[in-house]
Design a protein around this ligand. Sequence first.
Ligand SMILES: *Cc1c(COP(=O)(O)O)cnc(C)c1O
Length: 478
Amino acid sequence: MDEDDLRRWAHRAADWSADYLAGVGDRPVRAQVAPGEIFRQLPAAPPEAGEPMEAIFADLDRLILPGMTHWQHPRFFAYFPANASPPSLVAEFVTAAMAAQCMLWQTSPAATELESRVTDWLRAMIGLPAGFSGVIQDSASGATLAALLTARERALGHAGNRDGLAGRAPVRVYASAQVHSSVDKAVRIAGIGDANLVRIPVAGPLHGMDPEALEAAIVADRAAGRLPAAVVACLGGTSIGACDPIDAVARVARRHGLFLHVDAAWAGSAMICPEFRDLMRGAEAADSLVFNPHKWLFTHFDCSAHFVRDPGALTDTLGLRPPFLRTLGHEGVTDYSEWSVPLGRRFRALKLWFVIRSYGVAGLQEMIRRHVAWAGELAERVAAHPDFELVTGPILSLLTFRYAPGGAGDLDALNERLLARINDDGRTYLTQTRHDGRFVIRFQIGQTTTTREDVLTAWQAVEEIAGALRREEAGTAR
Ligand SMILES: *Cc1c(COP(=O)(O)O)cnc(C)c1O
């Protein structure tokens, strides 16, 4: 393909994208294919000779599209969103055109300096004070790993990187059971071990960690010769949106000299609205905080904003400067590869710059406010319904519920069957979690193009499918 071909096919891709997004709401949200169905249709061997783009594009529609779950569908209410937006998409296209590796300042000074600037915009947008430095990581998982490695080395006086962990007092990390599994994974990768991730009980309507129990656990560990190193607080846990009382947790962490990392992967985006910032009170005392504009701030994956109080502690932990990576003649510039586990990094700041400039802060706030308001309205409907039970929330735009019609037997099994029916139906897509040992259905609102109408349509589908399921099961039971 030469530049003329590129022009032609890029226009075709732009038309395809606009058509796809204009029509995505008419497709079933979750892919309706069986395991292996797509794989079997793909040739076992690659083509020997090049094929025309026309044929490849035709197969995109024929083979691939039916096997896609549509995350940009306006009735996608599953998991958390991975929302996106036209300005972000356009920026991703030009980013792909430049295809730069932005690991060092000199490998693209504009990429580094734009990243410093837009992360500082984001910091101010969520109300974190100056004094935090930002970096865009590949994922919240990557940010949490970087934070826990930093915490480990701080606790060990850098002996872990130098000598390894063998023969040392166990490094301890504290978190509630509501934190994301990325914390468990980071604890494993950091060599800390599952047994040293201490679970602190939760209490209250936000299902937050009990600071007194945290304090007691730290004191007991010290007395037993273990090495308390870090607390991971959650601001909007994945299961039900749990929020730890960050201010109280931060006081305990500070009193004991522990590193505090806040995982706000989903809920962090909502902190651009000052009225929700009560949830993050105390975050200004954290050592590290991550949130994902690639979840709820209309920016394509991958884009995790990671803020650290002491970037030197992070680069002392992760930064290596072999001779071939030195930036000669420019000491003191930022080389973001020293802030993260992978060396190579995409130019991730550009899409964020396009998004923030295109919508403006007020435009972004407006979209998030609507999501939260609709979740509140939906929660009222669920709670008022005689056959449904609102189980948790709403916390921001996430609530959980279950179907509990009078006289039904095993509610876990009933709700599991209901959820399968809802997702086979295709009008909406919801996912499940377990709360207090019970199977519950999650409903989160955060898609870019979702309207109030979409929320009501999805709820109507749930009511209708639940009623039909109940009538059918009552019929077969008779
Ligand atoms: C989604 C999520 C993560 C993981 O995010 P990645 O960017 O995919 O690693 C971590 N924590 C919470 C609370 C999340 O919701």
